[in-house]
Ligand binder design. Structure first.
Ligand SMILES: [Zn+2]
Length: 204
């Protein structure tokens, strides 16, 4: 079912700024990492700009882009859109039900991806209820069309995906849900890492 646009653009701008601050405060991104977008109409999104730390992003910095004809993007806003916006375009194209996309580099979950693993455990509540199962998307150059296509292929069936050697992408029916999925992913990864360390010590 296509995503309904329920909230106004001003509200979406405030929510993006708030989520950028939370991502930064909780260590899910560093420097200029990551990007956040919200679908404000069936065919338009608001996305974070390139070149700014997310903690410095203000509502007026956000860039508005047309989803159709993505290679001839018509944009509004004073910033240049994030270089990784292709993943967002691909996600919205393949999932008409979603309203938001969050991309971050959560350090522990990304560590699993660097080790060639996904974050999974059948009994862990964070994963079971907050994230679900998630695939590991094979590596492709950040910002490339190839990465967008690989990520979108997985997002067709999952709300959270890990990008090998890179980070994670979460989607949702609202920005807050997409953000919570990112937080839960990292929290689950921290728990699983702690469990391995405890087990390692016990086996010494
Ligand atoms: Zn990235």
């Amino acid at each position: 079912m296509p995503a309904r646009v329920i909230l106004g653009v001003a509200h979406a701008r405030r929510e993006i700024v708030e989520v950028c601050r939370r991502l930064y405060d909780r260590g899910l991104i560093a420097g200029q990492d990551g990007n956040v977008s919200v679908r404000i109409k069936e065919d338009r999104i608001l996305v974070t700009p390139a070149g700014l730390s997310k903690v410095d992003v203000r509502a007026s910095d956000l860039v508005e882009l047309q989803l159709e004809h993505e290679h001839e993007k018509s944009s509004k806003g004073k910033g240049q859109e994030s270089s990784e916006v292709e993943v967002h375009f691909a996600a919205y194209a393949i999932r008409p039900d979603i309203r938001a996309v969050v991309h971050a580099h959560p350090p522990v979950a990304t560590g699993f991806s660097v080790a060639g693993e996904t974050v999974e455990h059948p009994m862990l509540a964070e994963l079971k209820y907050g994230v679900g199962t998630l695939p590991l998307v094979p590596y492709a150059q950040p910002g490339s069309r190839a990465l967008a296509e690989l990520a979108a292929e997985s997002l067709r069936s999952y709300d959270v995906v890990l990008l090998q050697y890179h980070g994670a992408v979460t989607v949702g029916p609202s920005l807050m849900v997409a953000h919570q999925r990112m937080e839960s992913l990292e929290h689950a990864a921290c728990i699983l890492l702690a469990a391995r360390q405890v087990k390692g010590r016990a086996n010494r």
